[in-house]
Design a protein around this ligand. Structure first.
Ligand code: GLG
Length: 899
C-alpha cells in the first residue's frame, strides 16, 4: 500500500489559483461556498447548518492544498518524523481553529457577509470531534497544533472511532449516557484514503515462530489535516477505520445464514466503533486490546512502508522515525515492531531489538495503579499469540541482562536485612541487660537475686534462639529472586494469585529509549514510586516534560476580547506564537485604566457564559458574583465531592444569616461540569449530588443571587471554550500526588482565572510562575499522603463545618438520602469507606482558603491586578514550549519549513 494516494480535489480547486495557508492569491470564497452549498450539499436554502457545512468544505479545500504542499516538501527533504501514537485525540471543533491558523478569518468573514452570516454564527453548528476522554486526549490534540506550528515533521496516529465520547445528559437528576454519533453529517475535516490499507490479524495459532492469524481486518486510513499557526506547514493526523476482508459472504447469505453472512463486517465494525469512556481506570476488556493493537499495527506498517519507499536498510529506521507512545495504550508497539522487523522483514532478533529500542519513547500520564494497564497473559496469548511469545522472549532477555545487578542488589538487601535484625537484637539485648541489672538491684534476698539471674539468663537464651530462628527464616528468602521479580514484565496478579499479567508500563520502559512524566512532581513520583528499580539501572532514561496547551485555541480563539487587549498592550500579536512575550503584561497590572478594561472583558465573558447557562439549564445567574468553576472528569481523586460539601456549608450558613450579615457575603456562582465514566458508581453519585444541590439552592428565594450552583451537562472542548474565559476562580483540588499534571489549570491561568488548589501536578509549576502568593493553596503535601492513609483508620478530627454539611445530606436536605448514603460514608465513616483521597484531612484548610478567596474578591482592584499576573506569568505553559522540548530532548526531530 502507498502512504499517500492521489489527492481528491474539488472541481473548483483545480480551476482556481490556490489560496495557500498564507492567504496569497485570491479565490472567490463566497462563490466557492455557494458552489458547495449547491453541488455538494444540494441545499435548497442556506440555513446555519448547511452554511457551516459549505464553509467547512471550502476550508477543506484550502487544507488539502496546504497539506499537499507540506507533504511534497517533507517527501523531498526526507526529515526525521515523530509519530505520536495515541488511542485518543480530543480535537473539538475545527472550523474556527483552521480558519484562524491559516490566517483566512478575514476572507471567510467577508465571504459569509454575502450570506448574512458570520464565522462565529456558523461555528456552533459543528459537532465536536470527541475522540478522547479528557486531559490525555486533549493534550494529544494540543501537541498536534504545536508540532505543525513549529514546522516539525510529525503525524498523529489513532483510531477513527465512529462514536466518540458519550453525550452526557441529566435525566431525573441523574447522569445518562447517550451515544455520540459525530459523523452524522459527513466530516469535512478528513480525507479518506482507500488506497492506504493494511491488514491486521488477531487470534489464530503459532506454527513454531510463524503466526497464522485466525481473524483479519483491513485498516483504512483517513487523514485529518492539521494546519500550523502562521506557517504553511499543514501536518497530519492519520486515523484508522476497520473494514472486513469480505463485506458480505454471499455463499452464507444464499444459504440463508444471514448473520454469518455479515459476521466479518460486524467484527470489524466493533473495533472502530467506540471510545472506551474511562479516563483513570481500565477494564481490561479484550476488545480494548484489539483496538490498541489494531491502530498500532496499522501505524507501524504504514511508517515502515513509507520508510522503505526511500530506504532499503531498516537499521536506519531510528534516524527517520520516532514513535511517542501516549500512555500504556499503544505500548503493544514494542512487541509489534519486533514482530514486523523479524517476521515480515526477516531481521534477526538482536537487530530488531536495537531498532525497536532506538525508535520508541513512552509517556506516563498517571500514577493511579488501576490505570497502568496489565493484560492477562491468557488474553494476550489468545488474541496475539505471536506477541505473547515475543514478550516472553523480550522478558527473558531483559531478566538475563539484569541478573548480575539483581544478584548484587539481592545480596546487599540480604546483608542489610541481617544487619538490621542484628542491630535490633543488640538493642534489645541492651534493654534486657538494663532490666536485668535493675532486677538484680531490686532483689534483696539471695533467693531473689538468684531468681533474677536465672530469669535474665532464660530471657537471654530465648532471645538468642528467636534471633537464630529469624535469621534462618531470612536465609530462606531468595532475595535475588525477589529483586529479579521486581523487574519482570510478566508478573503474578496480586489480587488473583496464579493469574499471570503482562505489565504494559514495564514493557514500555524496557522497550523505550526515553520515559517521561508530564509535570515536575509527577516525573519525580514516577522515579520514586512507579519505576524505582528501572531508574537504578538507567537514570538517564527518565525525563520530565511539563505539559502545555495551545495558546491558539485556549486563549487567542476562545477569548478574542482578551487577546485583542493583550495584543494592544504588547503592541504585537507575536505572543500567539511566542508565549514568553506575555510576560510583557506585568507592568500593565499596575495600570488602573488597563485593569478596568481587563475587568470589562471578564465581565463580557461572564455574560456570555450566563447566557449559555440559561439556555442549557434554564437557571438564571447574575454576572456580578464570583464565577467559581470546577470542570474536569468526575473522579474521586479530583474531589468534586469536597467542593460540593463546602457549597452545602456555604448555603446553610447563608440561610442562617440575618439580612445584615447577608450583605457581607461575597456572592458566588459555582459551576461544575464533567462526565462520569458510565460504570463509575461513586462518580455518578457525585454528579447527582451536585445536580440536587443546584435544584435546591437555585430555587431558594432566601438565597437569591448570593449563591447559585450550576451543573453544565456534556462538558467537552467546545463547552470549555465558553466556560474557561469566564472563570474567575478555578478549582484544581486533587489529593496531592494523584493528578499527574492537569492541563485545564493552565488554560484557566492563561485566561486570568485564579487557582484554588493543592500542591499537585502542574499547580506547583503554575505557582512558581505566577508567584505562590497569588494562588490559594491548601491541603497536605504529597509526601504526607502515605502516612496519612496509614493513620486514616483512626481519623476523628472532623471539622465541624464538614460534619454539619454532611449531616444535612444524610438528613435528606437534598433528597435521595438513601442514594447518597454510601457516597457520604465513603469519606465520613471509617468503618464503611476509607476516605482514600483524604477529603476529611484537607477540608479545614480548603475552607480557610475559600475564605481567603472571598476576602480578596472584595478588593476588585487587587483581584484584577493579580488576574493580569496569571496571564502574564504563565506563557511557560504553551504546548509550543513542551513540544520544542520533546523535539530536542527526546525525538531529535528538527523543523522542516517551506520557504
Ligand atoms: C492524564 C492525567 C492528567 C494529565 C493528562 C495529560 O490524569 O493529570 O494532565 O493526562 O498528561 N489521564 C489523563 O487525563
Amino acid at each position: 500500500s502507498r502512504a499517500r494516494g492521489p489527492m481528491v480535489r474539488s472541481v473548483l480547486e483545480i480551476n482556481k489559483p490556490a489560496n495557500t495557508a498564507n492567504g496569497a492569491g485570491k479565490v472567490d470564497l463566497a462563490g466557492e461556498v455557494a458552489n458547495e452549498l449547491k453541488y455538494r450539499l444540494a441545499a435548497p436554502k442556506a440555513d446555519t447548518d448547511k452554511l457551516y457545512q459549505s464553509v467547512a468544505w471550502s476550508v477543506h479545500n484550502r487544507l488539502v492544498d496546504a497539506f499537499d504542499k507540506t507533504h511534497e516538501h517533507w517527501n523531498k527533504e526526507d526529515p526525521k518524523h515523530v509519530y505520536y501514537l495515541s488511542a485518543e485525540f480530543l480535537m473539538g471543533r475545527t472550523l474556527t481553529n483552521a480558519v484562524h491558523n491559516m490566517g483566512l478569518q478575514g476572507d471567510y468573514a467577508e465571504a459569509l457577509k454575502q450570506f448574512g452570516q458570520t464565522l462565529e454564527g456558523v461555528h456552533g453548528a459543528e459537532t465536536d470531534a470527541a475522540l478522547g476522554n479528557g486531559g490525555l486526549g486533549r493534550l494529544a490534540a494540543c501537541f498536534l497544533d504545536s508540532m505543525a506550528t513549529l514546522d516539525l515533521p510529525g503525524w498523529g496516529y489513532g483510531i477513527r472511532y465512529r462514536y466518540g465520547m458519550f453525550r452526557q445528559a441529566i435525566k431525573d437528576g441523574l447522569q445518562v449516557e447517550l451515544p455520540d454519533y459525530w459523523l452524522d453529517n459527513g466530516n469535512p475535516w478528513e480525507i479518506r484514503r482507500p488506497e492506504t490499507r493494511f491488514n491486521v490479524g488477531f487470534y489464530g495459532k503459532l506454527e513454531g515462530d510463524k503466526w497464522v492469524p485466525g481473524e483479519e481486518v483491513i485498516a483504512e486510513a483517513y487523514d485529518v489535516p492539521i494546519p500550523g499557526y502562521g506557517t504553511k506547514t499543514c501536518s497530519n493526523l492519520r486515523l484508522w477505520d476497520a473494514l472486513p476482508l469480505v463485506e458480505l459472504d454471499l455463499d452464507a447469505f444464499n444459504a440463508g445464514q444471514y448473520e454469518k453472512a455479515v459476521e466479518q463486517k460486524r467484527k470489524a465494525d466493533d473495533i472502530a466503533a467506540v471510545l472506551y469512556p474511562n479516563d483513570a481506570t481500565e477494564y481490561g476488556k479484550e476488545l480494548r486490546l484489539k483496538q490498541q493493537f489494531f491502530f498500532v499495527s496499522a501505524s507501524l506498517q504504514d511508517t515502515i512502508a513509507r520508510y522503505l519507499e526511500k530506504h532499503s536498510d531498516l537499521a536506519g529506521l531510528p534516524e527517520k522515525a520516532c514513535f511517542q507512545m501516549n500512555d500504556t495504550h499503544p505500548t503493544i508497539a514494542v512487541a509489534e515492531l519486533m514482530r514486523l522487523l523479524i517476521d515480515v522483514h526477516g531481521l534477526p532478533y538482536d537487530k530488531a531489538w536495537a531498532i525497536t529500542t532506538k525508535s520508541l519513547a513512552y509517556t506516563n500520564h498517571t500514577v493511579m495503579p488501576e490505570a497502568l494497564e496489565k493484560w492477562p497473559v491468557a488474553v494476550m496469548q489468545k488474541l496475539l499469540p505471536r506477541h505473547m511469545q515475543l514478550i516472553e522472549q523480550i522478558n527473558d532477555a531483559w531478566l538475563a541482562s539484569v541478573k548480575d545487578h539483581s544478584a548484587s542488589k539481592g545480596a546487599q538487601l540480604q546483608a542489610a536485612k541481617k544487619a538490621e535484625r542484628e542491630a535490633a537484637a543488640a538493642a534489645a539485648k541492651e534493654e534486657r541487660a538494663k532490666a536485668a541489672a535493675a532486677a538484680l538491684e531490686a532483689a534483696t534476698t539471695p533467693e531473689e537475686k538468684a531468681a533474677a539471674e536465672a530469669a535474665a539468663k532464660k530471657a537471654e537464651e530465648e532471645a538468642e534462639a528467636a534471633l537464630k530462628a529469624i535469621l534462618e527464616e531470612d536465609a530462606k528468602v531468595d532475595y535475588v529472586a525477589e529483586v529479579l521479580k521486581s523487574y519482570s514484565i510478566i508478573q503474578e496478579n496480586q489480587w488473583n494469585k496464579g493469574e499471570m499479567l503482562v505489565n504494559m508500563a514495564y514493557l514500555a520502559v524496557v522497550g523505550s529509549f526515553a520515559v517521561n512524566g508530564v509535570a515536575a512532581i509527577h516525573s519525580e513520583i514516577i522515579k520514586t514510586d512507579i519505576f524505582p528499580q528501572f531508574v537504578e539501572l538507567t537514570p538517564e532514561k527518565f525525563q520530565n516534560k511539563t505539559n502545555g496547551v495551545t495558546l491558539r485555541r485556549w486563549l487567542a480563539y476562545c477569548n478574542p476580547e482578551l487577546s485583542a487587549l493583550i495584543t494592544e498592550a504588547l503592541g504585537t500579536d507575536a505572543w500567539v506564537k511566542d508565549a514568553t512575550l506575555l510576560a510583557g503584561l506585568k507592568p500593565f497590572a499596575e495600570d488602573a485604566a488597563f485593569r478596568k478594561r481587563w475587568r470589562d472583558v471578564k465581565f463580557a465573558k461572564k455574560a456570555a457564559l450566563a447566557k449559555h447557562i440559561k439556555e442549557v439549564t434554564g437557571y438564571e445567574v447574575s454576572t456580578q458574583p464570583l464565577f467559581d468553576v470546577q470542570v474536569k472528569r468526575i473522579h474521586e481523586y479530583k474531589r468534586q465531592f469536597m467542593n460540593a460539601i463546602s457549597i452545602i456549608y456555604r448555603y446553610k450558613k447563608i440561610k442562617e444569616m440575618s439580612p445584615e450579615e447577608r450583605k457581607k457575603v461575597v456572592p458566588r456562582v459555582c459551576i461544575f461540569g464533567g462526565k462520569a465514566a458510565s460504570a463509575y458508581y461513586m462518580a455518578k453519585k457525585i454528579v447527582a449530588l451536585v445536580v440536587a444541590i443546584a435544584a435546591k439552592v437555585n430555587n431558594d428565594p432566601e438565597v437569591g443571587d448570593l449563591l447559585k450552583v450550576v451543573f453544565l451537562p456534556n462538558y467537552n472542548v467546545s463547552e470549555a471554550e465558553v466556560i474557561i474565559p469566564a472563570a474567575e476562580l478555578s478549582q484544581h483540588i486533587s489529593t496531592a500526588g494523584t493528578e499527574a499534571s492537569g492541563t485545564s489549570n493552565m488554560k484557566f491561568a492563561l485566561n486570568g482565572s485564579f487557582i484554588i488548589g493543592t500542591m499537585d501536578g502542574a499547580n506547583i509549576e503554575i505557582g512558581e510562575n505566577t508567584g505562590f502568593e497569588n494562588l490559594f493553596i491548601f491541603g497536605v503535601q504529597a509526601e504526607e499522603i502515605n502516612r496519612l492513609r496509614e493513620e486514616r483508620k483512626d481519623f476523628k478530627d472532623y471539622d465541624p463545618r464538614w460534619t454539619e454539611a454532611l449531616e444535612w445530606v444524610k438528613a435528606g436536605a437534598f433528597g435521595r438520602a438513601d442514594y447518597f448514603d454510601d457516597l457520604v460514608a465513603s469519606v465520613n465513616d471509617m468503618t464503611r469507606g476509607n476516605d482514600w483521597f483524604l477529603l476529611a484531612n484537607d477540608f479545614a484548610s480548603y475552607m480557610d482558603a475559600q475564605d481567603e478567596v472571598d476576602k480578596l474578591y472584595r478588593d476588585q482592584e487587587e483581584w484584577t491586578r493579580r488576574s493580569i499576573l496569571y496571564t502574564a506569568g504563565n506563557g511557560f505553559f504553551s504546548s509550543d514550549r513542551t513540544i520544542d522540548q520533546y523535539a530536542k530532548e527526546i525525538w531529535s526531530v528538527q523543523p522542516c519549513r517551506q520557504a
